[in-house]
Ligand binder design. Structure first.
Ligand SMILES: [Zn+2]
Length: 469
């Protein structure tokens, strides 16, 4: 189900942003040297532990981190490595608080996407520091986030800082491969371990760098719902030397071309309205006006249509999308096709009824002979309500770290493990303190990297934020 790390706010809507690969990410609050050393050591350990689904093991990473928590004096009852699959276990650690609030879940996944040595300029399974960046598979998705959370809990514990309530750290398996060994396993088998008022998932969002410093801190509060269909046209077939007027490939192609001209209705939700509200101040002219319109209700469909037309990203924010992604058909070069099939992948706005999406698709295809089947049942993912207290605390810490910047909710067109927690009724906020360039997203790709200073700053951001919540 999981396809990609959600991309952050795409600020480059109207103009390409200049890349600032060596710009200094200004911060006013420094991370202590000892914490930088610990953070680097943890990051290196995680990057150099192979946790790919096919030839790695999250268990190895979980056990080695567990040993650190135990060595630091955590109660063994609060440091658990759990899971059924011997190579795909999870680490759950509880930092005890004063019991003045419900626990807060801190989530990151340990597994990473495959990386082939020959595709990279560096060894993907070695931590390399070069030109102000950390390179390695998982640096940005999301071992930097995982290592940062570990470093922060160890520091709070070492400094005998007792937070208002418990923090439950869950470092999980099965996010990238769509397996059920991670968050799904915890919810199914050990739900008491991850019970919390809400979750903070570091697998997305965070401060976006513009002109060398963070300009906005994005917090993902909603995700689109993943839903795929197969569309199949069938025919008795025959010898290709004797073509019949009714042909499965033509039939499917005609249905698909009718689908190509269909667009789902434009809609906003709490996440997208908050997103455009924050973004409008960074733009001018018609786009800014349309963003302001998109931030308010009732909806101005004309403004939404203009905004959706400015970029594929805005289009995906404002409507459900369905698009053919796979095609197969026929069984021999010299035979009439007995079957032609397309896979259509939809990203449904949260709250929209999958049955209504299916009905709209059928109406657009307008051929009852084309069979529809769902590839898998969708996992509903209700948007998490914007949490004013959390957002205010994030803004305060961000202000001390960098400057006064908007903290903006957004909806991801992709999916994270938050979907399972949200479906189980837990609000989840996806963000971290690792400042990043919007135009330099290498998650799952070649030469994946993270700014060195951004990583070190995130350690201080975490340290401050976890004391504020
Ligand atoms: Zn991820």
């Amino acid at each position: 189900m999981k396809q990609q790390r959600p991309i952050g706010l795409r600020l480059a809507v109207t103009a390409a942003l200049a890349m600032l690969p060596l710009a200094n990410v200004a911060a006013t609050e420094r991370t202590p040297q000892a914490q930088r050393v610990l953070g680097r050591e943890l990051l290196q350990e995680l990057i150099e532990t192979d946790t790919t689904p096919d030839h790695g093991s999250t268990t190895a990473a979980a056990e080695s981190l567990a040993r650190r928590f135990l060595a630091a004096g955590f109660d063994p009852a609060d440091v658990l490595v759990v899971g059924d699959h011997p190579l795909k276990r999870n680490l759950v650690v509880r930092l005890r608080g004063r019991g003045e609030r419900e626990p807060i879940l801190l989530l990151a996944h340990l597994d990473v996407v495959e990386a082939r040595r020959e595709d990279w300029h560096f060894d993907p399974y070695k931590l390399t520091e070069s030109d102000g960046y950390f390179y390695g598979r998982g640096t940005s998705d999301i071992k930097g986030g995982a290592a940062g959370l570990v470093a922060t809990l160890l520091r709070l514990h070492a400094e005998k800082i007792v937070p208002r309530g418990d923090y439950v750290l869950a470092l999980t398996a099965g996010e990238e491969d769509g397996g059920d060994n991670g968050v799904q396993w915890l919810l199914a088998h050990r739900p008491e371990l991850v019970e919390a008022a809400y979750g903070i998932n570091v697998d997305g969002g965070g401060p976006e760098i513009r002109n060398g410093k963070p300009a906005v801190l994005s917090v993902e509060t909603a995700e689109k719902v993943y839903l795929s269909f197969t569309l199949t046209a069938r025919n008795p077939g025959g010898h290709s030397s004797l073509p019949t007027p009714d042909n499965a490939i033509y039939r499917l192609a005609q249905g698909l071309s009718r689908l190509a001209s269909y667009q789902f209705p434009l809609r906003t939700n709490s996440a997208t309205r908050g997103y455009y509200k924050g973004l409008a101040s960074l733009y001018s002219g018609q786009v800014a006006e349309d963003m302001r319109a998109a931030a308010t209700e009732p909806q101005d469909v004309v403004a939404l249509a203009r905004l959706a037309a400015t970029s594929t990203y805005n289009n995906a924010q404002l409507r459900t999308t369905c698009i053919p992604t796979l095609l197969k058909g026929g069984h021999a070069e010299n035979a009439l096709p007995q079957m032609a099939q397309a896979t259509v992948n939809c990203r449904v706005l949260p709250g929209e009824d999958p049955a209504a999406v299916e009905a709209a698709l059928k109406q657009a295809v307008a051929d009852p002979a084309i069979e529809f089947a769902r590839v898998a049942e969708p996992m509903p993912s209700p948007p998490s309500p914007v949490n004013p207290e959390l957002f205010a605390r994030i803004a305060e810490v961000a202000k001390d770290m960098w400057s006064e910047i908007p903290v903006s909710p957004y909806m991801s067109a992709g999916a994270t493990d938050s979907v399972f927690l949200r479906a189980a009724g837990m609000p989840v906020y996806v963000f971290n303190g690792i400042a990043y360039d919007v135009d330099d997203d290498r998650a799952h790709g070649q030469d994946e990297r993270m700014r060195v200073e951004s990583y070190y700053q995130s350690l201080q951001f975490n340290y401050r934020l976890l004391q504020a919540l």
